[in-house]
Design a protein. Structure first.
Length: 218
């Protein structure tokens, strides 16, 4: 059973690892768009602009239909970088509507805008799975997001001895693991998560495999 990396910006292929590479939609993405490797595509809030949205959504509507596009994103909200929040919300809404149309899960980037994400989920009554990547906030917020129907993915932050994610991993089997852009292997992240759960890596692999299957990522 492979190690499963739900979100990475690295393009290399490793034996024994299945990863979903995250790509941002640009006008030249057709030139580098993988046709078989599992990927996610989206308009990242750091770079997306309302001015470019109509053109970029045209690309999204074509590309996202490919069978190897497993998730829409990463997309989301970031109060520290990118367009103003109201513009970011409009950009995110368009991608959520596309994900709903195609019945594909969404992978979300969120910085200091969790209450806005909850409000958006309620407003749009989102039915597809919504996964927050790289979650490293406190356990109380994590539980709140889970109670609202969000799924959480954890990355290299769980290697820190005082990681806020530790409690969430210990008490739940409904989570994902990722490398994002970190120079660390998914195997190391699995080992850290297995240590937190006091289970073997093989047992953890089975848990994560089940979670991927539920989202039709395999």
């Amino acid at each position: 059973m492979d190690f499963l990396d739900v979100h990475t910006h690295h393009s290399g292929k490793q034996n024994g690892v299945t990863s979903i590479q995250s790509l941002s939609v640009t006008s030249d993405i057709f030139l580098a768009m993988p046709k078989e490797k599992p990927i996610s595509i989206g308009l990242h809030p750091w770079y997306a602009t309302l001015e470019q949205l109509p053109t970029q959504m045209k690309y999204m509507q074509v590309l996202a239909k490919q069978a190897n596009v497993k998730l829409i994103g990463e997309c989301g909200l970031d109060k520290l970088r990118g367009e103003t929040l109201d513009k970011q919300i409009l950009i995110l809404k368009e991608q959520i509507l596309l994900a709903e149309q195609l019945e594909k899960p969404i992978i979300l980037h969120c910085v200091k805008a969790f209450s806005e994400l909850i409000a958006l989920k309620d407003e749009l009554r989102i039915k597809v799975p919504t996964l927050i990547h790289g979650f490293n906030k406190n356990q109380e917020l994590g539980k709140q997001m889970q109670n609202k129907g969000f799924l959480l993915s954890f990355g290299s932050s769980i290697l820190k001895h005082d990681s806020d994610a530790a409690g969430l991993i210990k008490k739940s089997n409904s989570f994902f693991l990722e490398t994002d852009s970190a120079e660390i292997s998914i195997e190391q992240i699995y080992q850290a998560a297995a240590n937190l759960k006091k289970c073997s890596v093989d047992e953890l692999k089975a848990i994560i495999f089940t979670n991927w299957k539920e989202l039709n990522l395999l």
